[in-house]
Design a binder for this molecule. Structure first.
Ligand code: ADP
Ligand code: MG
Length: 445
């Protein structure tokens, strides 16, 4: 049953938080209102306790378990998946072996398996270039984009490629939360010297999901020093984040500007062609595995149309289709697809409402809903209002008069004017363009 609650939590906290914090929890027991988990490190226990207790207790309650408190005990044996560090250590690096928690590189995340389309062509080309090794040209390479668009995939691909071409390079790949974990552990165990030595001696440092360290002051600080030391020494740094350096909240300005000082490339949300391409390439892979299964006409096109921009969701749907089809021995046709993916299709079918857009926009700009909708013409209200109008026009099927009604009974020409204004601004004002993109992604999520 914890498995079920876990699945629900994934939806609540998001994929990357889920795999960092919720997945490592092993259910132990429930006794007298206290649920005990075993955890791979105290750090994870503390972190979850501080940040996710309420979510976990709430989800448990929704499933009929009344738990008052969570407790965490340290797991004795290190879990298999975390045992092997990804660091391609030089022979004389015993100091590094004392540190665990390095992420594993996923063997499937290679350039070969990465499908290139318009939305990711630039990021792919930049990653390729960096993976060739050679003289450091883009430093740092900063990859950013929404969830499930291939940031981690590209970083692993670079690591694989570099390792193949230049095995002598000392390379370290880790996520920003693992960086923080190592840093905090080093502080606690008074091993800062080791820590600095390790991080400052690598030839290539890759930090995934760097937005994680925003707001974590001492970690940011240490990251900044590490970063500078490596860049000064001419070492390659590769960073990913869910948004552009300047857009990361609570990230110090000087860090943001250093992060953006190399090449910054954006992975755009997938489009129909790219989704279809990815599906086709995955199907090739699956048909080797399941030679008896056949995919009917139009099924992939249907999926590429109907499933969101997140590639992870797309892959999940396909995996499920093949598993289901092989189980029931049916052809993968339209009917099976509908049966098997009803929930995913329904979720992506979810109608976005004007009200929801207004709420998100007011949160985004930190203004009151009444000011967003109301008559006041100050720029700080008018611009978000126009953004909301634009999103309402582009993300719902509402007509201009219908949208007008929801904006305090404004005339449809006013709405049209607002939308035009934003259409102009998106071309020239990257702040607005980014806002629109961010809001669109978060509404679609
Ligand atoms: P992110 O780190 O941006 O959240 P990931 O790199 O983890 O996303 O990608 C999510 C999943 O989608 C992975 O399984 C990855 O292999 C797959 N994926 C993403 N983009 C592509 C692509 N262009 N071609 C093939 N697979 C992709
Ligand atoms: Mg990732």
């Amino acid at each position: 049953d914890w498995g079920h609650v876990k699945t629900e939590l994934r939806g609540v906290v998001g994929d990357s938080n889920y795999s960092n914090w919720i997945e490592p929890l092993d259910y132990n027991s429930i006794e007298g209102g206290v649920l005990t988990f075993s955890v791979p490190s105290n750090f994870i226990g503390n972190y979850v306790s501080q940040n996710y207790s309420d979510h976990i207790i709430y989800q448990l309650a929704k499933n009929g378990h009344n738990v008052e408190r969570l407790s965490f005990v340290l797991r004795n044996d290190p879990p298999q998946s975390r045992a092997a560090p990804a660091a391609a250590s030089a022979p004389a690096a015993p100091a590094r072996s004392g540190l665990v928690e390095s992420a594993q590189l996923d063997r499937r995340f290679t350039f070969d398996s990465f499908v290139v389309g318009k939305p990711n062509a630039l990021a792919h080309a930049a990653a390729r270039r960096v993976a060739e090794g050679g003289p450091v040209s883009f430093n740092p390479l900063f990859l950013y984009g929404g969830v499930g668009l291939g940031k981690t995939h590209l970083m692993h691909a670079i690591a694989h490629e570099l390792r193949r071409n230049q095995p002598q390079l000392d390379m370290l790949y880790l996520s920003a939360d693992q960086f923080m974990y190592r840093f905090v552990t080093a502080l606690r165990e008074r091993r800062m010297l080791d820590f600095k030595q390790i991080f400052r001696s690598v030839d290539v440092l890759m930090v995934d999901d760097v937005q994680f360290i925003a707001g974590k002051d001492s970690t940011q600080e240490e990251f900044f020093h590490t970063f500078n030391a490596l860049v000064d020494a001419g070492k390659q740094i590769i960073i990913s984040a869910d948004r552009a350096p300047g857009e990361i909240k609570d990230l110090e300005n000087r860090i943001a500007s250093r992060l953006g000082s190399g090449l910054v490339v954006d992975l755009h949300p997938t489009d129909y062609e790219l989704r279809l391409g990815i599906l086709q390439s995955k199907v090739e892979h699956y048909t080797e595995q399941y030679p008896d299964l056949e995919v009917g006409d139009g099924v992939l096109e249907f999926l590429a149309h109907r499933i969101s921009t997140n590639v992870r969701v797309l892959e999940g749907a396909l995996t499920r289709l093949f598993a289901f089809a092989s189980l029931v021995g049916r052809k993968i046709d339209h009917e099976l697809t509908q049966d098997c993916l009803a929930d995913i299709l329904r979720a992506s079918d979810r109608k976005i409402t004007v009200e929801e857009i207004q709420r998100r926009v007011s949160e985004h700009y930190n203004i009151r809903l009444s000011d967003l909708i109301g008559p006041r013409r100050m720029r700080s209200f008018a611009r978000p209002r126009q953004v909301a109008m634009w999103l309402a026009k582009n993300m719902t099927n509402r007509s201009l008069p219908e949208i007008g009604k929801r904006f305090g009974g404004r005339d449809h020409t006013t709405i049209m004017h607002g939308i035009r204004r934003i259409d102009e601004l998106r071309q020239t004002d990257s702040g607005i363009a980014d806002d629109l993109e961010l809001l669109r992604r978060s509404l679609e999520a």
